[in-house]
Structure formats: structure tokens, C-alpha cells
Design a protein around this ligand. Structure first.
Ligand code: THU
Length: 131
């Protein structure tokens, strides 16, 4: 199982592959599952700006496409442009969708380049659920 620091390093690594010619704001994300498997994703933009994809959702989509069936435990998110690169509202809703009975942990890099963490239930209270 990767440590939080290692997960952030994986997020940092994939942020270098971001396709972000419009915002010039690279983001990398790395999700960790109960199986110990990890999956990375970066943001991918489009000249029709609203079609841009976030790093977090690409990482989760990657896990699903690879056939991951265990539970999502954590996500590390990194951008060289800002400390504590919190997930946008849409990505919070995606994390909630896949959190099931687990309060998914969000690992970020703080101002001192240390890991800090938040929980999805705290940063997306009263979230939308069908049932
Ligand atoms: N972005 C992400 O990848 N994740 C977020 O949670 C928020 C924003 C990307 C989208 C866009 O390519 C760039 O950051 C600037 O908004």
C-alpha cells in the first residue's frame, strides 16, 4: 500500500502529462483502492473550454476502465500552480458517487510541502444521492 507521500508523488508525476494549453494549470490525481492498486489521471482540455476533463475524474475513469472492483480509499491531488489543490464541485460529487460506505480521504500538499488530508463527507456535506 502506497503512503500518502508516495500517492502525492504519483499525482505530481502525472500532472506533468496534463494537456492544459488554455489554462496552463496542470493537475494530477492518483486514486488508491482497497486492493492496493493505484490509478493516475491528469486534466485534458479542449478549445471548446467547457469540454475539459478534470484530473480526478480521469483517474477514477481509468480505475473503472481497468476493471477495479475494490473500494476507493483515497485520492491525492497535485498542481504545481497552487498548494492544497482541492477538487472542484463536480469532482467532489464524483468522489461521493464512488465512496459507498467509506469516507474517502483527499490527500493534498500543504504550504510546507507536507501532506495534509480532508474527508469527502466534510468537504461535500448534504450531497445529492438518489437513495
Ligand atoms: N481542474 C482539475 O483537473 N481538477 C479540479 O478539481 C479543478 C480544475 C482542471 C480543469 C482545467 O483544465 C484546469 O484545472 C483549470 O481549471
Amino acid at each position: 500500500m502506497l503512503s500518502d507521500k508516495e500517492l502525492l508523488e504519483k499525482a505530481q508525476e502525472v500532472s506533468k502529462k496534463a494537456y492544459c494549453p488554455y489554462s496552463k494549470f496542470p493537475v494530477g490525481a492518483c486514486v488508491l483502492y482497497e486492493s492496493g492498486n493505484i490509478y493516475q489521471g491528469c486534466n485534458v482540455e479542449n478549445s471548446s473550454y467547457g469540454l475539459s476533463l478534470c484530473a480526478e475524474r480521469n483517474a477514477i475513469s481509468n480505475a473503472i476502465a481497468q476493471g477495479e472492483t475494490s473500494k476507493l480509499l483515497k485520492i491525492a491531488i497535485y498542481s504545481p500552480k497552487t498548494k492544497k489543490c482541492f477538487p472542484c464541485g463536480a469532482c467532489r460529487q464524483w468522489l461521493q458517487e464512488f465512496s459507498h460506505d467509506i469516507n474517502v480521504e483527499i490527500i493534498l500538499e500543504d504550504e510546507n510541502s507536507n501532506c495534509c488530508s480532508y474527508f469527502i463527507n466534510d468537504i461535500l456535506p448534504y450531497s445529492f444521492k438518489l437513495v
